[in-house]
Design a protein around this ligand. Structure first.
Ligand SMILES: *[C@@H]1O[C@H](CO)[C@@H](O)[C@H](O)[C@H]1NC(C)=O
Length: 420
C-alpha cells in the first residue's frame, strides 16, 4: 500500500515540476511573431452567434428579408453588446432593390445577358429599350425599397434595432443605391450622410456598374475620360438631396468619405475587379469608416458583391443578400493591430506582404466558391458593344497579373491630375 502512495506522490511531483517548467519557459521569439501576425491578419472581426446570416449557405442567396433581420438574440441584448466596446459598430447593410440589370439578367438568361451587359442599352424588339448603364431600379425594385421602409419606419424596426442612436448613412454613388436609399430611408433620421465610392459594386466591364459624373455632362469642359455611355443628368442634379464630396487622388492618404473624381475614374471597359481586390477595398472602406464616423450605427446602402466582400473582410461568411434585404453586421476593430503593424513595419516587413497574409486568411476556405456572382471568366469585350456611345479608353492596360486594381487605378488617377 505504501508503495502505491509513494508512486502516486512521485508522479504528482513530476507533473507539478513539468507544469512549473512550462510556465517559466519564456515564449520564444517565433511564437511572439506568430501571435503578432495572427492579430495583424485580422484588423476587423465580427462576434459570432448573433445573426442567422452568419450560418448561411456559402452558395445560395438568402431567402429574402428575415424576421427581426436575422437577429437570433433580442435587439436589446445586441445593443448592450454594441455599447460594451468603443471600437465596435453596428452596420445595417442594405442591398439595392431590383435594378434593370437584375431584371434583364433574370429574364434573358445568362447567354443573352452576358452578351449585352457591357453595352449601354437593351432593345427587346417589342418597343422597349432598357437603359443598362448605371442601371436604375425597376418598378418592382422601387416597391421593394418602399416595403423595407414600411418595415423600418411603420413597423418600428429601425427604432428597435438602433434605440434611436445617432446613425450615419453611407450610400454607393450608383443610381440604384441612391434611389433605394431615398425610398427605403424616408423618415429615418441620419446624423450624417455620405455618398462613398468604395462601397460601389464590382468595378469594370459591366456598364450597370459604371457611374455617371457628379456634374451634368454638358457642364463638363472636357468629356468624361472613360464614361462608356451617354447620359443627361449627373448625380448632383439627379439626387440633389445628397452631398457629393469629390477628392483629389493626390490626397488619398487624408481621404474621408467621398468620390475619387467628378467623373468615374475607377470603371474600365476591359477589366473586371477581382474578389480579392474587392475585399481589400472593403477593408479600406472600414479604415475610413472607423477613422471618420463617430456614430455607432451605420446604414450602408450597397450591392450584393460588395456586401460579400465586406462580410469577408470582417471574417463572416459571404452571404449574398436579396434585393432590398437588410443584413445587420457588428464590426470590431482590433485595437492592437495598428501597433503590431507599425512594429512590423519598423522591422522592415513590407506592409503589402502583411496585407496579402491577411487576405489569404480571410479568403481561406472560400477559394472554391463563386464569391462574386460576376466573377466568372469573361471574354474580352470588343464586338458586343454596338450601342456603346463611348470608345475604349486610351492607355488602358488589360494585364491580368497586376497587383491590385484599386492601387493601380488610384495611381492612374494621380497621373491624370498631374497631367491637367
Ligand atoms: C454627428 O455628426 C457630427 C458632424 O459630423 C459629429 O461631430 C458628431 O460627433 C456626430 N454625433 C454622433 C453622436 O456621432
Amino acid at each position: 500500500m505504501a508503495k502505491y502512495h509513494l508512486a502516486a506522490l512521485l508522479l504528482g511531483a513530476l507533473l507539478l515540476a513539468e507544469a512549473a517548467l512550462a510556465a517559466r519557459q519564456p515564449q520564444d521569439e517565433q511564437q511572439i511573431q506568430l501571435e503578432r501576425r495572427k492579430k495583424r491578419k485580422h484588423p476587423y472581426s465580427s462576434p459570432y452567434g448573433l445573426f442567422i446570416q452568419e450560418r448561411a449557405s456559402k452558395q445560395l442567396p438568402g431567402p429574402g428579408q428575415h424576421f427581426s433581420f436575422g437577429a437570433v438574440k433580442p435587439w436589446e441584448d445586441i445593443l448592450a453588446m454594441l455599447d460594451e466596446q468603443e471600437d465596435r459598430k453596428l452596420l445595417l447593410v442594405v442591398r439595392h432593390g431590383q435594378a434593370i440589370s437584375n431584371y434583364l439578367g433574370d429574364t434573358l438568361g445568362p447567354d443573352e445577358w452576358y452578351a449585352v451587359e457591357g453595352t449601354c442599352q437593351y432593345d427587346d424588339q417589342k418597343g422597349t429599350i432598357y437603359n443598362i448603364f448605371d442601371a436604375d431600379l425597376t418598378g418592382l425594385g422601387q416597391d421593394q425599397a418602399k416595403s423595407l421602409n414600411s418595415i423600418l419606419v411603420g413597423g418600428g424596426w429601425y427604432a428597435k434595432m438602433t434605440a434611436d442612436r445617432p446613425a450615419r448613412f453611407i450610400i454607393s454613388p450608383l443610381t440604384r443605391c441612391l434611389h433605394t436609399a431615398t425610398l427605403a430611408l424616408e423618415g429615418v433620421q441620419s446624423n450624417a450622410t455620405n455618398v462613398e465610392e468604395f462601397v460601389r459594386e464590382t468595378l469594370g466591364m459591366d456598364t450597370c456598374d459604371a457611374r455617371r459624373s457628379v456634374s451634368d455632362p454638358n457642364a463638363n469642359a472636357k468629356p468624361s475620360p472613360q464614361g462608356p455611355c451617354s447620359f443627361d443628368k449627373g448625380l448632383a442634379s439627379s439626387y440633389p438631396q445628397y452631398k457629393y464630396r469629390v477628392y483629389d487622388a493626390r490626397d488619398d492618404a487624408d481621404r474621408s468619405f467621398g468620390l475619387l473624381g467628378d467623373s468615374d475614374h475607377l470603371w474600365t471597359k476591359t477589366e473586371r475587379e477581382q474578389q480579392k481586390h474587392q475585399v481589400k477595398r472593403a477593408k479600406k472602406f472600414l479604415d475610413i469608416l472607423f477613422e471618420h464616423a463617430p456614430e455607432k450605427v451605420v446604414v450602408v446602402v450597397t450591392h450584393s458583391g460588395f456586401t460579400r466582400s465586406l462580410l469577408l473582410a470582417v471574417q463572416r461568411e459571404p452571404y449574398r443578400p436579396q434585393n432590398a434585404e437588410l443584413v445587420p453586421v457588428i464590426v470590431d476593430k482590433a485595437a492592437r493591430v495598428v501597433a503590431a503593424a507599425d512594429a512590423h513595419h519598423a522591422a522592415g516587413v513590407a506592409e503589402a506582404e502583411a496585407e496579402e497574409a491577411w487576405l489569404d486568411a480571410v479568403l481561406a476556405g472560400y477559394e472554391d466558391i463563386d464569391l462574386n456572382e460576376d466573377d466568372r471568366p469573361r471574354k474580352a469585350s470588343s464586338s458586343s458593344s454596338s450601342s456603346s456611345a463611348g470608345t475604349q479608353r486610351p492607355g488602358s492596360s488589360s494585364s491580368s497579373s497586376n497587383p491590385c486594381m484599386l492601387r493601380r487605378l488610384v495611381g492612374r488617377l494621380a497621373e491624370l491630375w498631374r497631367g491637367q
